[in-house]
Design a binder for this molecule. Structure first.
Ligand code: G3H
Ligand code: 13P
Ligand code: ZN
Length: 338
């Protein structure tokens, strides 16, 4: 099956009332782990690459690994997505490379750090929507900035997504999916206690979904940071601090209220690192990378399968045929997807 647009995956997910995990990759073993998990659970899936991942893999390696994935797993609908594009140029280069979806993260300026103005965000996102939809490619935008409520951002300010602004932003940009800031942050240290309504604003998702029932919502920073994965790392020489991630039940609550894309990277990294540490600690004389990369890949697959099942995408791989990007382009042009 050729790669499909993320818009199609998310429209199908909305119809079926489930969420789709968007898993970050930067090497072959991670792509294999995700595709094996998708096959084992019969799941459609989003594979995403950050700018850092694109530079680490060199775009060409990444692209051809993804081509191999579609060739070897023809029954799996898979979208290739640019995660956190920092500029229209980054997004356009991804489209040129063959990505079927891009995120223009105009919530931050091009440095990827400084919170941007609403006007800047609208302008760069609108520019990407025009370029992407003309090629049938999906666009995700972001409003509000990640960074936990506990961390604050900059001077302690918190930039949760404002529902009124969200309505204005979607109307002004024409995006397909909206990433909302509800108090999560990237990485392994999200919360210093199990998150409750004070640090994880799930109610905001409900409000935004009521106001924008047709817009697919995206949760970033959605790793659950399972205690057992952190313990495994520390048992074999790691030094990770105690922390809490986003409980799977909270993500499931989000899925009931319009969350269709759930971004997970850290949980894969934890699974891989724990398995490699364990293997090397138990087999100190091993030096063939395959000896520790195989259990690492299997550990990541196990986490991804669990997420696919919890998000509800399992069992849906065979529900539909891919719509070619040319046809998506036509649907955008005629307003059929507005
Ligand atoms: O957006 C965050 C993802 O976890 C990617 O992280 O920039 O280290 O590849 P990265
Ligand atoms: P995690 O660090 O929680 O896995 O979040 C990943 C993410 O949001 C990528 O965009
Ligand atoms: Zn993110």
């Amino acid at each position: 099956m050729p790669m499909v647009s993320m818009r199609q995956l998310l429209d199908e997910a909305a119809q079926g009332g489930y969420g789709v995990g968007a898993f970050n990759v930067h090497n072959m073993e991670q792509i294999q782990a995700i595709m094996e998990a998708a096959r084992a659970t019969s799941s459609p899936v989003i594979i995403q690459a950050s700018r850092g991942a694109r530079s680490y893999t060199n775009d060409r390696f990444l692209y051809h690994l993804m081509m191999a994935a579609t060739e070897l797993y023809p029954e799996i609908p898979v979208a290739l997505h640019q995660d956190h594009g920092n500029s229209p140029e980054t997004c356009k280069s991804a489209i040129d490379l063959g990505f079927t979806s891009v995120m223009m993260d105009g919530s931050l300026e091009e440095d990827g750090k400084t919170p941007a103005s609403f006007e800047y965000n609208v302008a760069v996102t609108r520019e990407v929507v025009e370029a992407a939809h003309a090629r049938g490619v999906t666009v995700e935008g972001e409003l509000g900035t990640l960074g936990g409520i506990e961390d604050g951002v900059g001077s302690g300010e918190v930039h949760l997504t404002d529902p009124d602004q969200a309505v204005e932003f979607v109307a002004a940009t024409g995006i397909d999916a909206l990433a909302v800031a509800i108090g999560t942050s990237h990485g392994a240290y999200k919360f210093s206690r199990k998150p409750d309504g004070e640090v994880l604003a799930m109610s905001l998702i409900e409000e935004i979904h009521q106001r924008l029932p047709e817009t697919h919502l995206v949760m970033h920073g959605s790793s659950s940071v399972p205690r057992e994965l952190v313990d495994e790392i520390n048992r074999y020489g790691g030094q990770m601090k105690e922390s809490w991630g986003v409980p799977v039940e909270e993500i499931q609550r989000g899925i009931q209220h319009g969350v269709r894309k759930i971004n997970v990277d850290t949980d894969s990294r934890l699974a891989i690192t724990g398995a490699i540490r364990k293997h090397l600690a138990e087999h100190p004389s091993d030096f063939d990378p395959r000896d520790y990369l195989k259990p690492a890949r299997a550990a990541m697959q196990q986490v991804i399968e669990a997420r696919m099942t919890a998000f509800g995408q399992a069992g849906h791989a065979g529900d539909y045929e891919p719509i070619p990007l040319e046809e998506m382009r036509e649907r955008y042009r005629t307003g059929a997807l507005a």
